[in-house]
Design a protein around this ligand. Structure first.
Ligand code: SME
Length: 155
């Protein structure tokens, strides 16, 4: 996937989010465009923070057993607690990992932040080992910023 492909994908996601009627629709469309747009994104989902738990929202891929994740658990919980993107090249070597599919090899979790507040996160799994690089991180952090506007609403 080239930088031009990624720019095109980001443009499509920006336009879909900005014309979405509500936050749920914005998240659903972002998930679909990411899943369809990047061949090695095997599972794409959004979790939203509800109290001290992350609750699974729109997703595409195999059903996950982890529909509610406490902040202290999993790679998802760690990214929300640390308010930072976490990339795991080999999920089987990371003690924090909560398995969703036996085929998953690597994962990226990108917090959706409104200033210092965590609204939720984008979680993506790949069946390829070390699938996620700096270009994925940049793309997904931009998508997270767009989603933050859609979720938090206008000031
Ligand atoms: N792997 C995540 C759990 C979510 S599933 O992958 C969809 C984690 O370790 O937090």
């Amino acid at each position: 996937m080239t930088d031009t492909d990624r720019e095109g994908l980001l443009t499509a996601i920006r336009s879909a989010i900005q014309s979405a009627p509500n936050a749920e629709s914005a998240m659903t469309q972002a998930v679909r465009l990411l899943k369809d747009g990047v061949p090695y994104y095997t599972w794409v989902g959004v979790y939203l923070l509800d109290g001290n738990e992350l609750v699974l929202g729109p997703y595409l891929g195999k059903p996950s057993p982890h529909t509610r994740i406490p902040l202290g658990r999993g790679i998802c919980g760690a990214a929300a607690s640390e308010k930072q993107t976490i990339v795991v090249d080999d999920v089987n070597a990371d003690a924090r990992y909560l398995a969703c599919s036996i085929e998953t090899r690597s994962e990226i979790v990108v917090p959706i932040l409104d200033g210092a507040d965590v609204l939720g996160e984008i979680d993506i799994d790949s069946d390829a080992r070390a699938a996620f690089g700096d270009a994925d991180r940049r793309l997904l952090e931009q998508v997270a910023a767009l989603l933050a506007e859609g979720i938090a609403g206008p000031e």
